[in-house]
Design a protein around this ligand. Sequence first.
Ligand SMILES: [Zn+2]
Ligand SMILES: [Zn+2]
Length: 194
Amino acid sequence: MDGLPDPGQIWNDFITNPVVQLAGTLIVIYVVLLWLGVAYWAFRDMQARTENPILPYFAAALIVFFTPLLFVFAWFLYVVIRPRESLAEVYERSLAEESLLAEVEKNQLCPTCRDRVAADWLVCPNCRTRLHRVCSSCHRLIEPRWAICAFCGTEQPAATTNRPSVSAAAPSEATAERTERAPEGKPLRGATNP
Ligand SMILES: [Zn+2]
Ligand SMILES: [Zn+2]
């Protein structure tokens, strides 16, 4: 039996080996660093998920409390109980909802036939209701009931609100108004020329 070395002696040799001891020390240092790193990660992660100033400290304390040996369990626990969405995700979602709402509001309905009309149409193509007019001065679309242009302040001719017989004359009327005026900055020919 002399040929077989004592297992206890082998183990003893193993753990007193300087290379093994160095490796063991490095593993311990690594685990401790990982433990503290996860605690810091939990702190930052909770900061990104809540506006509460206290909760991030609780998250880090949870990791620290479980010691370097068991902190992995606290890590799992934290991932399970943390708020599902980060603040950035919540913000993004509210932005998306807002733009969706704006999109819906943009799709207006004709006041007469309830057909869907675009915000910049002059007449409803379905029932010929006048939806907008063109300002005689700034040529922007204005509400038919406006007596004065909200954009440039020009008095408007008497409103022809929702006349069902506006018909095809409406757009051409508007373009006529547009064309009979000179482009901005240039006086009408003959009007002010010497
Ligand atoms: Zn209509
Ligand atoms: Zn105007």
